[in-house]
Design a protein around this ligand. Structure first.
Ligand code: TMP
Length: 234
């Protein structure tokens, strides 16, 4: 497999073409941003943790019947994934109130929700990823009704699998963001599952082991990523 030109550079990853038309190489960076790129920094070692953690979790999800973009880990920062067309929706599942949900609805962070919630943001940096509902997504032709139904089904299945998995390493899954892609007429889980995209709390102390430490200047950011990495035992 030969790596070719860079086709995209995002805030946390670079994507390169390969000699396989339907495969790309994703390379994870240590760059960190928050608030739509307003806050910038570096989390040393983050790229390694996020790459290896995401691959580990995607393989676990595949075993549970959830289709993902994962193909093969090449090195500690580089992975071959299916070349998908990203559906421009950020899909957020919440088990407890936190972050923008707490702010918007006036619910204290950490409040248990009666049932998990799902919400969609329109993935558009120029607009700051605004919250939208499924009618908006259909009206803007971001996805079809069948695709949205499949995305919702898969997102809740991912939630069930991840809650159970993280419990085994004493981590509570508060909320997380997923992205999905189109690959040969099917919807597959894409992007990453990492402390950048999940809120992960220690089950006993409720210590935050995720990017909120960077977003909120809480300190010990690298330590939190390494703690999750260590617990994964990968
Ligand atoms: P929020 O409470 O700020 O809306 O975040 C919900 C979840 O989504 C949280 O686990 C962090 C994750 N997230 C991202 O992965 N990318 C983003 O750009 C934002 C705003 C949140």
């Amino acid at each position: 497999m030969a790596v070719k030109e860079m086709i995209y550079e995002g805030k946390a990853k670079k994507v390169f073409a390969t000699d396989q038309a339907d495969e790309v190489l994703v390379s994870y960076k240590d760059d960190a941003t928050a608030f739509n790129g307003e806050k910038k920094g570096t989390i040393v070692g983050k790229g390694v943790v996020n790459n290896r953690m995401s691959n580990h979790l995607m393989q676990m999800l595949e075993e549970k019947g959830i289709p993902t973009h994962y193909i093969k880990e090449l090195s500690e920062r580089d992975t071959i994934v299916k070349k998908v067309e990203i559906v421009p929706l950020e899909v957020i599942i919440r088990n407890k109130a936190c972050g923008s949900f707490s702010k918007r609805y006036g619910v204290a962070e950490g409040t248990e929700l009666k049932q998990p919630t799902i919400e969609f943001s329109y993935k558009n940096d120029d607009l700051g990823d605004p919250l939208i509902n499924t009618y908006h997504a259909l009206a803007l032709d971001l996805a079809s009704e069948a695709e949205i139904a499949e995305i919702e089904r898969l997102a809740f299945a991912v939630n069930d699998a991840l809650i159970a998995y993280f419990e085994t390493i004493d981590i509570e899954l508060v909320d997380f963001k997923l992205e999905f892609g189109r690959y040969h007429d099917t919807i597959v889980l894409a992007d990453e599952i990492s402390p950048d995209t999940c809120r992960l709390w220690d089950i006993h102390t409720h210590a935050r082991l995720d990017k909120d430490r960077f977003r909120r200047d809480m300190g010990d950011v690298e330590e939190a990523y390494l703690e999750v990495y260590k617990r994964l035992g990968i």
